[in-house]
Design a protein around this ligand. Structure first.
Ligand code: SAM
Length: 268
């Protein structure tokens, strides 16, 4: 795509609306991409209660991980931040609490964004946080638009992690920061054993009385994290970041490696 090319204009329009905007870049179900349809189905089933159960199922670590992620950002006045996989806008709201610039939250699942929009409006932040429905693989923004790009729990849901990182880096300004948060597999043997029992047995069982949607998540999450860790270990992901313009990648494993935060600066 050309620099400042044909995906431009959407951002200004979206800010003016102050509502969830649909970008027309494959956010719907007609793209034929199974992973996108799967992610939308999965998250549509849990959007209403997402924030509560995400906290419970992670032993109340979820918000702490999010806060650590945001604490690693170098946010300057007037910076423009893109929060990819914003979901119910938790990361965007956390950023807004520390930063006076504008934030754009993008997600593929409309009901997650609708829950996010309610939270934003409740806090009177709809003038500063704009939500856009779209796909991380085809971001509806011109090259080098954002000072900071952050993505959370994304790469397990895309077919080509490498191409998706390239797309995230494309919309980042030179000298801007890329940050991510993802689940990981603990390295210590006995903690990994507990982690496997929790994911294979405890979570599928304890989510049964919650809802069908959460039971589906409870059965899906462990195998998804495990297979992604086999396919794309942290070193491989860091190499993808380097290949896409982020030469120095820092990594922090939280809660014995159950969550992994990565960050780095795009070369000028
Ligand atoms: C686990 S939630 C994370 C929500 C939020 N960032 C948080 O920390 O609470 C993952 C989100 O990724 C979104 N998602 C999955 N695949 C996506 C894609 N290809 N493009 C954009 N969003 C995607 C889902 O709709 C879901 O809202």
């Amino acid at each position: 795509m050309n620099k400042r090319g044909d995906r431009g204009g959407q951002l200004a329009e979206s800010h003016a609306e102050g509502r969830v905007s649909t970008t027309g870049t494959g956010s719907g179900r007609s793209s034929g991409d199974g992973t996108a349809v799967f992610a939308q189905d999965l998250f549509n089933g849990i959007a209403e209660s997402y924030d509560t159960w995400a906290q419970v199922l992670t032993f109340f670590q979820y918000l702490r991980w999010r806060r650590f992620l945001v604490s690693q950002m170098t946010l300057r006045p007037q910076n423009l931040v893109l929060d990819v996989c914003t979901g119910t806008a938790g990361v965007a709201l956390e950023i807004a609490g520390r930063h006076d610039g504008r934030i754009v939250g993008l997600d593929i699942t409309h009901s997650m964004l609708a829950a996010g929009l309610s939270a934003i409006e409740r806090r009177g932040l709809d003038g500063r946080i704009q939500l856009v429905q779209g796909r991380a693989e085809r971001l509806p923004f011109p090259d080098e638009t954002f000072d900071t790009v952050v993505f959370t729990y994304l790469l397990r849901y895309v077919q080509e992690p490498d191409a998706t990182i390239r797309e995230l880096s494309r919309v980042l300004k030179p000298g801007g920061e890329l940050l991510s948060l993802e689940f990981g597999v603990p390295e210590k043997t006995w903690i990994q054993l507990l982690w496997r029992i929790y994911n294979k047995v405890v979570m599928p069982v304890m989510t049964v009385p919650v809802s069908r949607g959460w039971h589906r998540v409870g059965c899906f999450l462990g195998p998804s994290i495990w297979s992604f860790g086999q396919r794309c270990p942290v070193d491989r992901i860091a190499a993808m970041w380097r290949e896409n313009g982020i030469p120095l990648v820092e990594t922090k494993r939280l809660f014995e490696g159950i969550a992994i935060v990565m960050w780095g600066t795009k070369q000028i």
